[in-house]
Design a binder for this molecule. Structure first.
Ligand code: SAM
Length: 262
């Protein structure tokens, strides 16, 4: 995977402006904010891949201390500008989740890596991120992140899934499907079916990003060494999934995971 392509994409002015204008919370994020609300006032929070500060708007006013990091200096500058007059205790700094050596061990009570930000590094680097989160999180620290769902990608990549009652929608869906296969020449259905995780070029930001997709079963396995109490939320829902084979698993392109460090 090309690290530089992702990092460069996240420094592009139009993309920074896009994230700096976002001001809504996703349903699964609302569920977790409400769930942790009684404890937030005592929590030191780390918001990794903070982007343009979408989640800052909601969490910074509620926590004891808030730190946002991003490996894109332009995203950090956008946050500093957006919150320059904020009355709440918050700071923003350039930082890479793969090496958070600027933070001591056991520093945070709640760590967020929202909107699939963890999906823009290689598999090895992703495991480094999990180890770093475990290190900088206190024992029992909450870690809440989302990631692209390989199971839904696999199921959605057929022409039959592009059908709709709207002919224009069918047309745009089929063009998107064709472009997907064009941008991923080494991918095929067998590889999709056999993989527990994959890096693909999907249509986000016009196929400019290398994006990691993982099966939930594999994600649970990767978390099992350092994290416990894992819960999964479809991003569009405030209800946690109680069964791994729920039909929603085949349609939701990304899933949120809430867990705690061991
Ligand atoms: C999809 S955007 C989400 C931004 C923001 N969290 C939001 O929800 O609006 C992903 C963000 O993660 C950042 N990012 C990706 N990999 C990172 C890494 N290894 N360390 C720090 N930030 C990273 C990107 O620069 C980008 O700002």
């Amino acid at each position: 995977m090309s690290k530089s392509r992702n990092q460069t994409t996240y420094t592009t002015a139009s993309i920074v402006n896009y994230y700096a204008a976002l001001d809504w919370l996703q349903p699964a994020e609302i569920a977790i904010l409400e769930r942790l609300q009684p404890q937030l006032a005592t929590m030191k929070m780390l918001d990794i891949g903070v982007g343009g500060g979408r989640t800052t708007l909601y969490f910074a006013p509620l926590v004891k201390q808030y730190v946002g990091i991003d490996y894109s200096p332009q995203m950090i500058a956008a946050c500093q500008q957006r919150f320059k007059d904020s009355e709440y205790p918050m700071s923003f700094e350039i930082g890479d989740a793969r090496d958070m050596s600027q933070f001591d061990d056991n520093s945070f009570d709640f760590i967020l890596f929202s909107y699939n930000g963890i999906d823009y590094v290689s598999h090895e680097d992703r495991l480094k991120i999990l180890a770093e989160v475990q290190r900088v999180g206190k024992s029992g620290c909450y870690f809440f992140f989302s990631s692209h769902n390989l199971q839904a990608l696999e199921k959605g990549l057929t022409w039959q899934k592009q059908l709709s009652i709207n002919p224009l929608r069918i047309y745009t869906n089929l063009v998107a499907l064709g472009l997907f296969w064009l941008f991923n020449p080494s991918l095929n259905r067998q590889k999709l079916a056999d993989s527990d995780y994959l890096i693909v070029r999907d249509d986000s930001h016009l196929f400019r990003l290398d994006t990691y997709y993982i099966r939930a079963s594999q994600q649970l396995q990767d978390l099992s060494q350092d994290f416990s109490q894992v819960e999964i939320y479809p991003w569009k829902s405030q209800e946690r999934m109680l069964e791994m084979d729920a039909p929603v698993m085949e349609t939701e392109l990304w899933l949120y995971y809430l867990c705690q460090t061991i």
